[in-house]
Design a protein around this ligand. Structure first.
Ligand code: PGA
Length: 302
């Protein structure tokens, strides 16, 4: 049986998503490219791995067996990589970090300071939202993740290292800027420029409004905090963002934080990894660095 690691990787992506399209997205391949790899794998094995029923695909018995073995191979390779990273030590290892979109506003500063201290380290940073971080943790992809509240339903080892206050923002000349302790109900008919579903910020804001029985009307949806700030500044609506995203806009007085009852919504930043994951020396050093020194490098705007 002649099969390649690449074919196994493609097969595992199709099998875990039960979708050729989704697997192609995850692997950054074309869908015909994915189908081709699966066809080659099936012909090397001599058995079909998937069956098509209507629009859905399912694993055949051979597919299920193969999935178990492909996971075993992938764990072995991960383990081999961990062991090799350990041998390289802190000075020349690799570090793969995934962070929530909002955390990218300060993570780059942390990585800069860390890589100055450990010059030989190669760092890769993936910036994505909460839902996607959850998937990555499930697949045990990153060494470490920085996000708001750790995800439910996955066992992780997490520690908190900093506050993450969410504030309501308006253009600097907005009539509510001078008002004190504005009741939340005042915003019942307001349409907010919001982050996408799946963002931690969006979820926390929705929960905060629900807790006060105030309807939260969402207007335009955006996947970037930068875009939200620009939209608010342009008068497209009010926004709610982490204070970490605001340093420049507050300094230049282009945006103002409104003094709203029950605000800021208090969240915290966590650094975490899958439970039982063996951290490489570089990953351990980075985690320790974040827990002990993050506050030195990140100032919250006043
Ligand atoms: P977000 O995450 O960028 O996905 O909103 C931040 C958070 O979890 O608070």
């Amino acid at each position: 049986m002649h099969i390649t690691l690449r074919q196994l990787e493609v097969f595992a992506a199709v099998a875990s998503n039960l979708s050729f399209t989704r697997a192609a997205e995850v692997l950054h391949l074309s869908q015909p490219g994915v189908s081709m790899q699966i066809k080659q794998l099936e012909s090397a094995i001599g058995l079909p791995l998937f069956e098509h029923v209507g629009k859905k695909i399912f694993l055949t018995d051979a597919g299920r067996e193969m999935f178990t073995y492909s996971q075993g191979v992938s764990h072995l390779l991960d383990e081999a990589e961990d062991v090799l990273e350990t041998l390289k030590g802190v000075q020349s290892g690799k570090l793969a970090i995934s962070v929530a979109t909002t955390a990218s506003h300060f993570t780059t500063r942390l990585l800069a300071a860390f890589s100055q201290r450990y010059e030989g380290v190669t760092i890769s940073l993936d910036i994505t939202n909460r839902e996607s971080l959850r998937r990555q943790l499930e697949n045990n992809e990153p060494d470490l993740v920085i996000m708001g509240q750790p995800p439910e339903g996955i066992e992780v080892e997490s520690e908190t290292f900093m506050e993450n206050p969410l504030v309501m923002i308006a253009p600097a000349n907005h009539p509510l800027v001078k008002k004190k302790n504005i009741p939340l109900t005042r915003f019942e008919n307001e349409h907010f420029v919001v982050r996408e579903t799946g963002s931690g910020t969006r979820g926390a804001v929705q929960r905060a409004f629900d807790q006060q029985n105030v309807t939260f009307h969402t207007g335009i949806e955006m996947t970037s905090n930068e875009a939200i700030k620009q939209a608010v500044e342009a008068g497209l609506g009010l926004g709610i963002v982490s204070i970490h995203t605001l340093e420049l806009e507050l300094e230049t007085k282009r945006l103002a934080i409104l003094d709203v009852e029950k605000f800021p919504i208090q969240r915290y930043w966590y650094i975490l990894q899958r439970k039982g994951k063996r951290l490489s020396p570089v990953a351990s050093a980075f985690k320790e660095f974040v827990l002990e020194e993050a506050s030195k490098f990140i100032r919250l705007p006043k």
